[in-house]
Design a protein around this ligand. Sequence first.
Ligand code: B12
Length: 334
Amino acid sequence: MTVTNDDSAQYLIRTVSKRSGVKSDLVRAWERRYQAVNPVRTAGGHRVYTDQDIARLKLLNEATNNGHSISQIAQLSLDDLKQLIKEELPASNQESIAELVKTTSTAGTKDRYEIAQAYNDKCYAAVLAFDAQALESHFENAIVELGSEAFIEFLLSPLLTKIGERWKTGELRPVHEHMTSSVIRSLTYILRNNNPCPPNAPRMIVSTPIGQLHELGALLAAIMAELCGWQVTYLGANLPAEEIAAAVRYTNACALTLSISFATEDNIVAKEIRRIKKLIGNEVTLIVGGRAASHFQGVLTEVGVANIQGYAHFRELLKQLATEYRAREKILIN
Ligand code: B12
């Protein structure tokens, strides 16, 4: 056991056990016999663990549940453990590591919310210190611990909002937001790659209308849809109606999701929404979300668009649409 002055170590064994799903006695045994984790000691002799330790224990727990011997895997790196678990998933049912952890997680929604709050503070401190490496590492651990959906909903979104607010007050500079966005982009790429979906999955296009330059809301919505089993093509931001509609046609998508973050007073968004709806027709479901979507409620109601109230609502709608899509496909096949 290493005795160091590690500032990142802060959790007592009870918390570690609760968050990792590994009983306290077993945590101690894995540590004593196989050095699976190396907690530091407080002055009073109590073991304290890091987020990284919790993420490791969670993956070790999963791998041993899959039949691996702890003696063989205890020394593997976090990446190797993730890879090991990923490789063992049946090809037809490849879920992301984050999804896997989510389904085996012992944490309820309230716990996850609290865990995310703790990560939020650490991530914000990393942003403030302009430490991209630490930020990336906190994000990676958080994905393992929280699962992708809770990661997006309870950590990323509030963190980004906070960064936006602090930018406005002058505590942060635009470059802090740029650094954070770039770390998130590299991370979301990993998340998305981990989620290949079956070829018969319903398809969706995600973008933002012309003039709407904020892209992260759309990107997160795209990942969320992918996690719900949709095959998503994310186009980035700021596209004219004709281009978005062409992408819908090319992919044979049955849904189009647009994110709107900026409440403009001109008529551009309303015009684009009407145009898009006309081009894609009634067969394709148009979904609109984002912080400024309700500002355009008039046109959304006029063309019969679903204005999404948060991620839970989005997931619910996607589930319903996927069921309808599968039922339609079945009729066509028969
Ligand atoms: C980064 C940023 C920018 C960057 C964007 C970079 C990029 N490539 O995306 C740049 C510099 C381009 C930019 C430009 C502008 N920005 Co700006 N920007 C922000 C900032 C700081 C963060 C935005 C962000 O990415 N948030 C993170 C995402 C994840 O959050 P979100 O977009 O709010 O989405 C949330 C939900 O709505 C949901 N969501 C989003 N879409 C969808 C879709 C579905 C289906 C679902 C389920 C959920 C969902 O996900 C998020 C969860 O909370 C915000 C401040 C803030 N507090 O958010 C201002 C902010 C959005 N910007 C603002 C403004 C005013 C501007 C500019 C006009 C500034 C200027 N004077 O030039 C321009 C306008 C650009 C345009 N025409 O669109 C205002 C908007 C106010 C308003 N009236 O609407 C904000 C709120 C800042 C402020 N407090 O004044 N901005």
